[in-house]
Design a protein around this ligand. Structure first.
Ligand code: ATP
Ligand code: MG
Length: 283
């Protein structure tokens, strides 16, 4: 039985549980227990604070975990990073009061910097030969300058809105993070096989993200041109229609190109275009 540790509540919880659903692993989180078992996969889910996840996976108490790369790096946890998951994206940045003039990292010499990520910050300061004092604060780091606890902060930023509302400006982007699937390096052969199955399913979900399924009716004479517009995994599917001189064409396209492709297809006579969501792609 594989045991996976995920955040019990907070920013990564919802996306982590949604991921199980997407890969067909039923997990009952309705009662939000400490531990719950999947009904259709040999997997047990352990709910905990994100700070503790790297450590429980490094020790093998849980075989797998879903956590921000920032926590893995901060705890220097000895875990395998199996896969980036594409959610929980953020960065850890240095920020200072917006009235300050900033000309480069040497600004931080002799300054006090408040953070919940002292190890990542220490590495950055050492690499840049900066002699600053680190003040460890576990919550509401952004109020430290106004409260006179520090001159600057080193904290998680996603949109930057929190910094602005606290009169701060981001001056150095130091570490980029997103949620990752981590594994205990000592997994048994059986657990590795289950992990491979999970990875296989995750990959099919990842490939399908940002993809749309397109179906349309097309004059037979435009098929060659349409194949040029719509390169599919192998090539588009073409089926004859009962109406003479017409066919139905199916293909998968990137959402980003969708409207451009539709415009080109309409120009060569495509009609009745349907756009559908893609759930999984097994290459
Ligand atoms: P816990 O109670 O589990 O310790 P927490 O308060 O430490 O929760 P959250 O704020 O829920 O943590 O954030 C969890 C993770 O989400 C962060 O470690 C980071 O990887 C990611 N994240 C993404 N965007 C943000 C953001 N804007 N602020 C904070 N964390 C973010
Ligand atoms: Mg935490």
């Amino acid at each position: 039985m594989l045991r996976i540790a995920i955040q019990s509540k907070g920013r990564l919880n919802e996306d982590s549980t949604a991921l199980f659903q997407e890969i067909g692993i039923a997990v009952d989180d309705s009662k939000r227990k400490f531990l719950s078992q999947s009904a259709n996969f040999p997997l047990e889910v352990l709910y905990m604070r994100d700070d503790d996840i790297p450590q429980v996976v490094a020790s093998g108490t849980a075989s797998l975990g879903i956590v921000g790369l920032n926590e893995v790096e901060e705890k220097s946890a000895d875990v395998e990073i199996v896969e980036r998951l594409g959610f929980g994206g953020c960065r850890i940045s240095l920020a200072i009061p917006k009235s300050e003039t900033y000309e480069g990292p040497q600004y931080f010499n002799g300054k006090r910097i408040a953070t919940s990520y002292p190890n990542i910050l220490r590495k950055y300061l050492d690499k840049n030969n900066i002699d600053a004092k680190i003040e460890i604060i576990t919550g509401s780091v952004e109020i430290a300058p106004a409260a006179g606890i520090a001159d600057a902060i080193f904290d998680i930023v996603s949109s930057g809105g929190t910094l602005v509302s606290n009169g701060l400006k981001e001056v150095e982007r130091v570490f980029w993070s997103e949620a990752v699937l981590i594994a205990w390096p000592g997994l048994s052969e059986e657990d590795r096989r289950l992990l491979d199955e999970i990875r296989f399913r995750l990959d099919s979900v990842k490939v399908s993200r940002g993809k749309k399924y397109l179906l349309m009716n097309l004059p037979q004479a435009s098929v060659e041109e349409a194949v040029r517009i719509l390169p599919a995994m192998r090539s588009p599917t073409i089926m004859p229609l009962a109406a003479e001189g017409w066919c139905s064409m199916h293909s998968v396209v990137d959402s980003a190109d969708l409207w451009d492709k539709i415009r080109q297809l309409k120009a060569i006579g495509a009609e009745g275009i349907l756009v559908l969501n893609v759930d999984k792609i097994i290459p």
